[in-house]
Design a protein around this ligand. Structure first.
Ligand SMILES: Nc1ncnc2c1ncn2[C@@H]1O[C@H](COP(=O)(O)OP(=O)(O)OP(=O)(O)O)[C@@H](O)[C@H]1O
Ligand SMILES: [Mg+2]
Length: 405
């Protein structure tokens, strides 16, 4: 019984009475028993010794047991600790007075050891059960608080998604003219440069600022176009993320073709980091998807692997292996890298929109949340297994394409 580990304090001025109680308790298996001859001794170090139950004699020199009981019960820490009065007084007034002073029970002397034990056991059993309940309630409260925190976080993320979609919508139009004009500038630059060269030949006096600047114009225009293309890609990512599903009707797609295309698109990002082994057979039955969307999933998985390898200088030329097998009515595809892997903390946050460990310019943190959305929109599932120092495996499970009846 757990409550047999309880600490019991006996306060009685009679040594014989104390010894009798101690012997009874010890025989019943209680081992931590404290003894005090009077109230003052009982109160000494009471906070440190922290008894779980008090057995108090009523008639003691100095403060009597009832006054001692009152002090104990007024100490917040012992408010719920059982106090049992033990006395040889024949006065029945002591019985009800004990309760008025806050005692939990009254044991008249002479007592039968079985009676004392029955009462001590019952009070301690109740105390331990209520402590367990309290701990359980406290644990539940903490769980509820943590869950509330998660909900607030999820809500904040979803409002952030809506806000981002609105901002992106506002940026898209002006960006289109920046892109169009940059393209126009790039187109006319060779002619403009020819005109400048002609003017120089003819001895035109060009201002030094213009003369120096014009030579870098091609570089400037191409860097504007590169920047615009990057911003457009980010915007496209955010738009896909904000749009929960595409709404387009799924078509039958060959997974082998999707993956081949994804590898071709990401080739320039993979070639210096990974050796790619693609084992996906073109003979697998088709899966549902809208063109472009599933490629996006595999581009992101492959680029993520390459980025992870690049960030770890000890892992140059790691391997990326893609496999797929038919399992009943599903195709299970794995994208496995021998990169640095991830900690459990990162794995936990991975699917959250905007979670990234990359620098601001390198990642929006939307890749995996978009990928999950795309896979789930066709009834599939994407899961991860990762081990630090060993690598990461993403498993994409897709249903087979079903002709609509
Ligand atoms: N194969 C992998 N190995 C190690 N870490 C990975 C791997 N794949 C993803 N991660 C981790 O998960 C994070 C989130 O990936 P996710 O694709 O969602 O965003 P991102 O790649 O950072 O940005 P974005 O995809 O928008 O460019 C990454 O920043 C990286 O820390
Ligand atoms: Mg990514």
């Amino acid at each position: 019984m757990l409550y047999k580990q309880a600490t019991i304090l006996i306060a009685d001025d009679s040594g014989i009475a104390r010894r009798k109680i101690v012997a009874t308790l010890r025989e019943a298996g209680y081992s931590t028993i404290l003894q005090a001859e009077n109230a003052e001794q009982a109160l000494k170090n009471i906070e440190i010794l922290s008894p779980d139950l008090f057995l108090l004699d009523i008639l003691m020199p100095g403060l009597n047991g009832l006054e001692l009981c009152k002090i104990i019960k007024e100490t917040p820490r012992f408010k719920n600790t059982p106090v049992l009065m033990v006395t040889g007084s024949a006065d029945v007034k002591d019985h009800w007075e004990s309760f008025e002073f806050g005692a939990d029970d009254y044991i008249p002397k002479p007592f039968h050891p079985r009676e004392l034990l029955a009462r001590v056991d019952a009070h301690l059993d109740r105390l331990y059960k209520s402590r367990a309940n309290w701990e359980y309630a406290h644990e539940m409260e903490s769980l509820a608080a943590a869950r509330a925190q998660q909900l607030i976080h999820a809500d904040r993320l979803s409002s952030l998604g809506v806000l981002m979609a609105e901002i992106v919508h506002e940026i898209k139009n002006p960006l289109t003219y920046v892109a169009g004009n940059a393209q126009f500038l790039q187109k006319i630059t060779p002619e403009a440069l020819k005109a400048v060269a002609f003017a120089r030949e003819k001895g035109f006096d060009l201002s030094p600022g213009f003369a120096n600047g014009i030579d870098t114009i091609e570089e400037c225009v191409s860097s504007i176009r590169k920047g615009v293309t990057e911003v457009q890609a980010i915007i496209e990512n955010i738009r896909t993320f904000a749009r929960r599903t595409t709404g387009d009707k799924p078509e039958p797609l060959s997974l082998a073709k999707v993956v081949e295309k994804a590898l071709a698109i990401s080739h320039h990002r993979l070639k210096f980091a990974l050796t790619v082994e693609n084992n996906i057979s073109p003979d697998l039955p088709p899966v549902p998807g809208t063109p472009g969307m599933l490629e996006q999933v595999f581009v992101n998985l492959c680029v993520n692997a390459a980025d992870a390898v690049k960030e770890d200088p000890t892992r140059q030329q790691a391997k990326l292996r893609l496999d797929a097998r038919l399992e009943g009515e599903k195709i299970v595809c794995t994208v496995r890298d021998t990169g640095p892997g991830m900690t459990a903390e990162i794995v936990r946050k991975l699917w959250e929109p905007f979670f990234t460990t990359k620098s601001e310019a390198a990642g929006t943190g939307l890749g995996l949340s978009i990928s999950r959305q795309i896979v789930e929109s066709v009834g599939g599932e994407i899961t991860i297994a990762s081990e630090v120092g060993v690598g990461t495996t993403f498993t994409v499970t897709l249903p087979l394409y079903q002709e609509e009846k």
